[in-house]
Design a protein around this ligand. Structure first.
Ligand SMILES: Cc1cc2nc3c(=O)[nH]c(=O)nc-3n(C[C@H](O)[C@H](O)[C@H](O)COP(=O)(O)OP(=O)(O)OC[C@H]3O[C@@H](n4cnc5c(N)ncnc54)[C@H](O)[C@@H]3O)c2cc1C
Length: 424
């Protein structure tokens, strides 16, 4: 009998647990450790922040679902992982031993790396449901007393789709409310060009995103390094190719949302052999940690190298489909190890994404993630908004039902010949 533990019950961790179930032998035990018992569907957060969703719409109580699926669920969170001892100290001070561990702890939000950044200081966040609900209160204040808006991402960020999404969704809602003419908007991003997305662009995301920003009268600053955020003012340095400051911008704002850089969560940060200097888990192509081969990692907590050098640091995004491919490969690899086999399943890590604009959107497929690609496709249209709503409904349905049955395959995979995992 083996003890298999999934640490983290977010988008990756829940799918991981459901994918592992069919891999277990009789007598094996699966445990999921959550930070609390509530699952949040993070991709809906831009909608929460303008009042198009409420928290209850995108949150799920995992405890009864896990119980129904015979998964032991612990909601105390992990204080620290001790990989040399195959043990985790939980938030309540007790210890949990494991034979196999899958780390799916997502990001720690590095607001502290920029003075004045974050919901405890002067900018809003949409990274967590509670942050997005807080941002909605600030958004209502903006609507009552309109002024300039800054949306974007800080240096070192790796998640750009949601920044564009939120800028366009906000623009849509402000137009609906008839006050867009009183809200000058600026997008601030460390990306070297608009639509880079941490992926050196996909298809014509550069042209499409720039055109969309122009169409909506949203100005932008690229290669941006945010020096400091004050209560109503943001100091931004625009960097040149050589790394010197090309221009400085002193931008006033009445409302701002900037995505922070990510790093690994404290429970795993600074563990020799397990994590890199930013606390992301080191893995081989099987999602397995080389130093501790009974530990796997999936999702945002995984270390992936940037796509290339840029004047301001920009990370690679880890998006839903890519995370599901990591989970599928990991489940199959642990299943093999449980049967005295060897890991052989490799996630394809293709990026398949929908960026909603509130009244339209952009879809893109990057296969493989690093250019040049076999599939480098992007498209724009009203259908993307509805596809994203479908994605939300279907994913929440999967979490509630306790199933990892594939979503994308039915709609995209066959037509684009995209697979989640391959053998190698
Ligand atoms: C605002 C936003 C919008 C996004 N939109 C999209 C989108 O539209 N499409 C897309 O494909 N991708 C999107 N992404 C990217 C990605 O899909 C999400 O970030 C996704 O939630 C990442 O999944 P994850 O499991 O790695 O992390 P998370 O979903 O963040 O889950 C990590 C979990 O681990 C828990 N945890 C952390 N520390 C501990 C601990 N010590 N003990 C126990 N539990 C712990 C956290 O509480 C959390 O529940 C978006 C990201 C953001 C930030």
């Amino acid at each position: 009998m083996a003890e298999i533990v999934v640490l983290g019950a977010g988008l990756g961790g829940t799918m991981m647990a459901y994918e592992l179930l069919p891999q277990l032998r009789p007598g094996d035990r699966l445990t999921v450790i959550g930070q609390g018992r509530i699952f949040q569907f993070v991709p809906s957060n831009p909608w929460l922040a303008v009042g198009w969703r409420e928290k209850a719409d995108v949150e799920v109580d995992l405890a009864p679902i896990m119980a129904r699926k015979d998964i032991r669920f612990i909601d105390a969170g992990a204080e620290r992982v001790y990989p040399t001892e195959n043990r985790i100290t939980l938030g309540d001070g007790t210890d949990l031993a494991y034979d196999y561990l899958v780390i799916a702890t997502g990001p720690d939000l590095a607001f502290d790396e920029v003075p004045g950044l974050g919901p405890d200081a002067h900018t809003q966040s949409i990274c967590q449901t509670a942050h997005a609900a807080h941002a909605f209160t600030a958004f209502e204040k903006l609507c009552a007393d309109p002024g300039p808006v800054i949306i974007g991402a800080a240096q070192g960020a790796s998640c750009f789709g949601p920044a564009y999404e939120f800028a366009f969704v906000l623009d849509t809602e402000l137009r609906k409310r008839g006050i867009r003419d009183r809200v000058p908007m600026t997008l601030v991003t460390p990306e070297p060009y608009i639509g880079h997305l941490g992926l050196d662009g996909v298809g014509d995301t550069k042209g499409m995103m720039e055109s969309e920003l122009r169409q909506r009268h949203i100005k932008w600053v690229t290669n941006a390094r945010v020096k400091e955020v004050r209560p109503d003012q943001m100091l931004v340095e625009e960097m040149a190719e050589g790394g010197q400051i090309a221009r400085t911008h002193d931008l006033p704002f009445a409302f701002s949302m900037l995505l922070p850089a990510f790093r690994g969560v404290p429970a795993i940060r600074g563990i020799e052999g397990l994590t890199n200097p930013r606390g992301f888990v080191l893995t081989n192509k099987y999602q397995q940690n080389p130093a501790f081969p009974n530990i796997f990692a999936i999702g945002v907590c995984v270390a992936l190298p940037p796509i290339g050098p840029t004047p301001v640091p920009v990370g690679v995004p880890k998006t839903g489909f890519m995370i599901e491919s990591m989970a599928t490969a990991t489940a199959l690899n642990i299943g093999a190890l449980l049967r005295d086999g060897q890991p052989k399943h490799v996630p394809t890590l293709n990026a398949v994404c929908l960026a909603d604009f509130g009244d339209g959107g952009v879809a893109f497929v990057a296969k493989p993630q690093i250019p040049p690609r076999n599939v480098n496709w992007s498209a724009k249209g009203g259908w993307v908004h509805y596809a994203k709503i479908g994605f939300e409904k279907y994913f929440l349905h999967k979490v509630r039902r306790g199933t990892a049955e594939p979503f994308y395959e039915h709609f995209l995979m066959e037509r684009l010949n995209i697979k989640k995992v391959k053998e190698g």
